[in-house]
Design a protein around this ligand. Structure first.
Ligand code: ADP
Ligand code: MG
Length: 281
């Protein structure tokens, strides 16, 4: 239960699928975000339970610099959480700008986003809504600070389904479309789509319509064009990791984001830094 006291401010307001977000000021003067379950969804008990699961998971996963941390939450009739305020746009907005900051730092942004996911994968959780809108970026002269948010669809890593199809179609993996199954490897697929898009300024799977693009994304028969053909300056090992993350058969894909960082050879994926190693099929 959150025992934090706060007063509303007018910095921003957003309404999403499950939550309404407002900035608030804490007693110590800090800005924070109040993320409250939508009143209009009150009678949807399945959704409410899922939202509460997300509040608990965020709490568990707080304490990493690349995660938007929980400052407290309430499971009352209208559940809510108070989370860190990130002064900056989400990654989709930054990507849309294609400005010098984005071009200079996009690989660094990707690495921080990968570290956030590697952290939650080490805690045996999967996010299941990996997309640029769910990474917030603090922009500063010395570089970006990326933070992952929105744990509304997050689940324990062994909660694999089959179940309701959930998530954002443009980032979903074939096993989510076809068998309605989900794994940490599904987060790797979503991250790899996002990474490809950030580097090539286009999605890896396309088509004559949005629907045919999704069909290509879900099909075993369609592979993405090698990234260096559309982004000649992509670091070689990053390309290998991204293409391995876009494997349609999840058994053949990198199994989690720790394996991804290892294949890339950066950060906590470097041998001296690696926490737990996972087998790559
Ligand atoms: N802690 C935060 N600090 C600043 N902006 C935020 C914060 N949380 C969310 N936002 C903004 O609100 C948008 C929606 O938030 P999110 O938590 O993803 O909810 P939903 O997807 O349910 O709308 C984000 O893409 C971001 O632009
Ligand atoms: Mg979101």
């Amino acid at each position: 239960m959150a025992d934090l006291r706060f007063t509303p401010t007018k910095h921003f307001h957003a309404t999403g699928g499950m939550a309404v977000l407002d900035t608030v000021q804490l007693e110590d003067g800090r800005l924070a975000v109040l993320r409250k379950y939508r009143v209009s969804r009150l009678l949807n008990f399945r959704l409410r339970a899922q939202f509460i699961a997300g509040l608990r998971l965020r709490q568990e996963l707080s304490g990493h610099q690349n995660i938007v941390g929980s400052l407290g939450f309430s499971e009352g009739l209208l559940p809510y959480e108070i989370i860190e305020f990130v002064s900056g746009p989400n990654l989709n907005t930054i990507m849309g700008r294609q400005d010098d900051f984005f071009k200079k730092y996009r690989v660094q942004i990707l690495q921080q986003a990968a570290e956030a996911l590697a952290w939650i994968h080490r805690h045996k959780v999967m996010h299941l809504d990996v997309k640029p809108e769910n990474f917030l970026v603090r922009v500063a002269a010395e570089g970006p600070l990326v933070k992952l948010t929105d744990f509304d669809l997050a689940r324990a890593a062994d909660d694999n389904g089959p179940g309701r199809r959930n998530g954002t179609p443009e980032y979903m993996a074939p096993e989510q479309f076809k068998q309605k199954m989900r794994y940490q490897a599904s987060d790797v697929f979503a991250f790899s789509i996002m990474a490809y898009r950030m580097l090539a300024n286009r999605f890896p799977f396309s088509g004559s319509s949005a629907n045919s693009a999704l069909k290509h994304q879900a099909s075993d028969k369609v592979t993405a064009r090698p990234l260096h053909e559309v982004c000649p300056d992509v670091p070689a090992r990053l390309e290998i990791a991204i293409m391995h993350g876009l494997e349609k058969d999840w058994h053949r894909r990198l199994q989690d984001m720790n394996a991804f960082l290892q294949e890339w050879g950066v950060g906590s994926g470097m041998p001296q830094n690696s926490g737990k190693r996972k087998a790559v099929f």
